[in-house]
Ligand binder design. Structure first.
Ligand SMILES: *Cc1c(COP(=O)(O)O)cnc(C)c1O
Ligand code: SF4
Length: 450
């Protein structure tokens, strides 16, 4: 089916401001010295960044440097913290090990060995995602590049989409970016995806994820998605695309050479009857605070696709209710639906970003109080753990004992979905595996793990 040029033209008109298109220019760890803005920071900080970025992924682009980061406020600036490595992301012992290796002038190969040893100690694959969620084909062979954990949703990791326009310092998929192919989840074998979906009529949602699928050419994305319009995939109601391009490179939707092709693809999928949901990753209202970011949202919405937002709560970036309320309010204003507030996962630089569960819940609740009902659609704070997504619903007392009230929003074991349960209140707990049972009531995830 071809789109008529009338509707395409009205979509193009969603861009209604003057803006000089930029070329996509990216900097990685070896380019740290070429980032002019860093010169204003103390030499020690620059050295620390060098050490940390030899272990954890680093990548930032010119738009983030020029328009998102407030250099007057660096290093505390949340957009700086979102993208630039900080010393506290590694333990003292790991930091020193890497620093000594660098200072002693080891060869690149030997440095890699040290870096890999440290990485292996940072829980590169939380929630057992390499083994536990790997679907199998009819002959029992595991299918690489897919994850199927919750009955209704299959995750697809196209191999061309396993990088991002910039990297978030707290990324839970960081292990995919460090060049070790054995750790990577990806596939180019779309045929296996289609075959799997054909055999699984219970699946209603396909979530294309990465990395960031929006780094792919529109042509590639189209090649993956258009076949889903065939009647044999009528059970796939919703195509979700997980992305942070609306933050890191909004130009993708407006000025890139194939931006129009992408917009037309989204529109085409919508017209053909699919629910298209852009699962946009946002952490801070500042990400919405540029003309190009807002125009990209308008343009995506004009296709008929929905934008839902999700992102973790993070120390040093957004651990206060005011910033969340402002983020959700701005999103509602722009027609973006708040969907999830996550708890930072137990991997990578977690030590630097983690927030105790009781604090996360307070921040969530205080932010909720400041937004209208349309902003209260965000669920959370939610932990994406091995057995499922566990939400902290609140704090209360039973028989005089202070407890957390929790529930599974999603669970591998379907019977756990939406069942409330309790755990001992403890202000030090930052992840579900530290939760302790209350008055002899077993924790359901311990049962599920058995
Ligand atoms: C979060 C998640 C989903 C989607 O869950 P929804 O609540 O439907 O958004 C699917 N699969 C995995 C592995 C997830 O972590
Ligand atoms: S955009 Fe997503 S996948 Fe990419 S670095 Fe950030 S959190 Fe990780």
């Amino acid at each position: 089916m071809l789109l008529n040029s009338q509707s395409t033209r009205s979509l193009l008109r969603a861009v209604d401001f003057e803006y000089a298109p930029q070329r996509f220019t990216v900097y990685t760890a070896r380019d740290l010295d070429r980032i002019g803005q860093l010169e204003r920071l103390p030499a020690e900080l620059r050295y620390e960044m060098k050490v940390v970025s030899s272990v954890l992924p680093f990548r930032v682009n010119e738009y983030v440097l020029r328009e998102l980061i407030d250099w007057e406020r660096a290093p505390e600036d949340p957009m700086f913290q979102l993208t630039f490595p900080q010393r506290g992301m590694l333990s003292d012992a790991h930091f020193k090990r890497m620093a000594i290796a660098i200072d002693s002038g080891l060869e690149k190969k030997e440095l890699q060995v040290v870096a890999n040893e440290i990485r292996a100690e940072l829980n590169p694959h939380p929630a057992g995602q390499l083994e536990n969620n790997l679907p199998r084909d009819e002959s029992g062979e595991p299918i690489n590049g897919l994850q199927h954990k919750y009955k209704e949703t299959v995750l697809f990791f196209p191999s061309q989409g396993q990088t991002c326009h910039s990297y978030c310092t707290f990324c839970f998929r960081w292990a995919q970016f460090i060049g070790d192919k054995s750790l990577r989840i990806a596939t180019t074998e779309a045929e296996k995806l289609y075959s799997y979906l054909r055999h699984h009529p219970e699946v209603t949602d396909l979530l294309v994820t990465g990395g960031d699928p929006m780094v792919m050419k529109s042509k590639q994305l189209k090649a993956y998605l258009e076949p889903l319009l065939h009647p044999e995939f009528s059970h796939i109601q919703t195509i979700r695309i997980g992305t942070k391009a609306l933050t890191f490179w909004p130009h993708r939707f407006i000025f890139d050479d194939d931006a129009d092709e992408l917009i037309e693809l989204l529109h085409h999928l919508v017209l053909a009857g699919k629910h298209v949901a852009i699962m946009a990753h946002y952490n801070h209202w500042r990400e919405l605070d540029t003309d190009v970011a807002r125009a990209a949202i308008r343009r995506v919405r004009a296709t008929g696709a929905e934008i839902r937002s999700q992102g973790p709560l993070l120390a040093h970036i957004n651990d206060n209710s005011g910033d969340w309320a402002k983020l959700w309010n701005e999103q509602v204003k722009l027609g973006v639906n708040p969907y999830y507030m996550f708890v930072e996962r137990d991997t990578g630089a977690r030590r630097y970003f983690e927030v105790p569960l009781y604090r996360a819940w307070q921040i969530y609740r205080d932010a909720m109080k400041q937004v209208s009902g349309l902003g209260r659609t965000a669920r959370g704070p939610s932990m994406s753990a091995g057995p499922g997504k566990v939400e902290i619903q609140g704090v209360t007392e039973i028989n005089g004992e202070k407890v957390f009230v929790l529930r599974f929003i999603q669970a591998r074991d379907h019977d756990l979905v939406q069942r409330p349960f309790f755990a001992q209140y403890d202000e030090n707990v930052t992840w579900y595996d530290q939760l302790r049972p209350v008055q002899g009531q077993a924790l359901p995830f311990l049962e599920a793990a058995r």
